[in-house]
Design a protein around this ligand. Structure first.
Ligand code: NAI
Length: 344
């Protein structure tokens, strides 16, 4: 059963319910101005439809900005499945989701996000040709997380100069929140480049792995905001930068993979007031959608991804340079940059 949801400013938002498989899902297409919408699917145990809708809308708009910032010919869309990824997943559920994606007729292409694996997307792909981030197929791009991590790492190097005057990561301490798909790869880059790691995760296994592989020190999840470090790297959930957490930070740079890191606009300004450089999330974490888009756009040039990833770091540098010149917060400068792209 498909129910259109009211969402001013969005092109199409639909809620789907399938009694047989238990699917409860929303697909939100924010904009197709730059091309067909693309963005991952998140599975989360949302308490109610309204909360799921708010998340889908925020993430979908975020994809419009992310795709535009990465100069991709793709619009912004996102989907959420209201279910617990640890207990509610089934092939039937993902197949029903695939049929839901197909009902958009190509206006939206899905991929992985939090709670969704390559295998899940492959189940959905049995019922839609608009699913990417697959392991098999002519243009299969697989798990986007390593590419995301590489983009965040290169962007972090570009941002270092703005926060510390030079782009040396060796010897810097990074407080890394969330050692999941992206966080663990990012930690690998940081460790290889000589950074010290201070990590937190609600998953004890992930923490143990980082301690063992990267000689990381670890703290309890809520203590990550208080540690003595140079860089804070949010790689878990969104909206973690708010009035309370920003006050506690002792770092000079925030650069991480998580989507929607700022709880609100004021959080971006608060970081600036505290003299903390903020590398805008949707600019630095564009690697995942770049990886996925090789599949959507059928890219054959093997160097394309590398070039696009390097561009993310260049864009980060440009935005931070402009923010400094204008004495404006980087998130606003990034938004303005994207809004200009969309207007033209
Ligand atoms: P994931 O689900 O694999 O990893 C998230 C990790 O954060 C897990 O290890 C989880 O236990 C941990 N975590 C959850 N709550 C926490 C807390 N309060 N404190 C510390 N750790 C906590 O997700 P993934 O794919 O690594 O994504 C991480 C973030 O990056 C998300 O915000 C996602 O939207 C964003 N992102 C991911 C991309 C990708 O390619 N996977 C692309 C662009 C953005």
């Amino acid at each position: 059963k498909l129910t259109p949801l009211d969402a001013p400013g969005y092109e199409k938002v639909v809620y789907a319910e399938d009694a047989e498989s238990g699917l409860k899902s929303i697909i939100a297409v924010h904009s197709t101005k730059l091309g067909p919408a693309a963005g991952g699917c998140r599975m989360f145990n949302y308490p109610d439809l309204e909360t799921a809708k708010i998340d889908a809308l925020r993430l979908s708009k975020g994809m419009t900005y992310k795709n535009a910032a990465a100069s991709l010919p793709l619009g912004g869309g996102k989907s959420v499945i209201m279910a617990d990824p640890n207990t509610d997943k089934s092939p039937e559920l993902m197949q029903a989701f695939g049929r839901f994606v197909e009902s958009f007729g190509g206006m939206y292409t899905t991929a992985e996000d939090v709670g969704i694996s390559v295998e899940d997307i492959e189940e959905a792909a049995k019922f839609t040709s608009h699913a990417a981030g697959l392991n098999k197929g002519a243009f299969a791009s697989g798990d986007p997380s390593p590419v995301t991590a590489r983009g965040v790492f290169l962007s972090c190097l570009a941002a270092l100069k703005h926060a510390f005057g030079r782009d040396q990561i060796e010897g810097k301490t990074v407080a890394l929140q969330g050692l999941g798909h992206v966080g663990m790869y990012f930690a690998e880059h940081l460790h290889a480049a000589g950074a010290q790691l201070l990590v937190s995760d609600i998953d004890a296994h992930a923490v143990a792995e980082a301690r063992q592989r990267f000689s990381a020190r670890s703290v309890a999840p809520d203590d990550i905001y208080d540690v003595e470090a140079d860089i804070f790297a949010p790689c878990a959930m969104g909206a973690i930068l708010n009035a309370d957490t920003i006050k506690r930070l002792k770092v000079k740079l925030v650069c991480g993979a998580a989507n929607n890191q700022l709880a609100d606009d004021a959080a971006g300004d608060a970081l600036m007031e505290r003299g903390i450089v903020y590398a805008p999330d949707y600019v630095v974490n564009g690697g995942g959608i770049i990886s996925v888009s090789t599949e959507i756009l059928k890219i054959t040039d093997e160097k394309w991804v590398d070039r696009k990833i390097e561009q993310l770091a260049e864009t980060t540098d440009k935005i931070l340079t402009k923010a400094k010149a204008l004495n404006a917060s980087p998130h606003k400068v990034a938004d303005q940059f994207v809004e200009e792209v969309l207007a033209n």
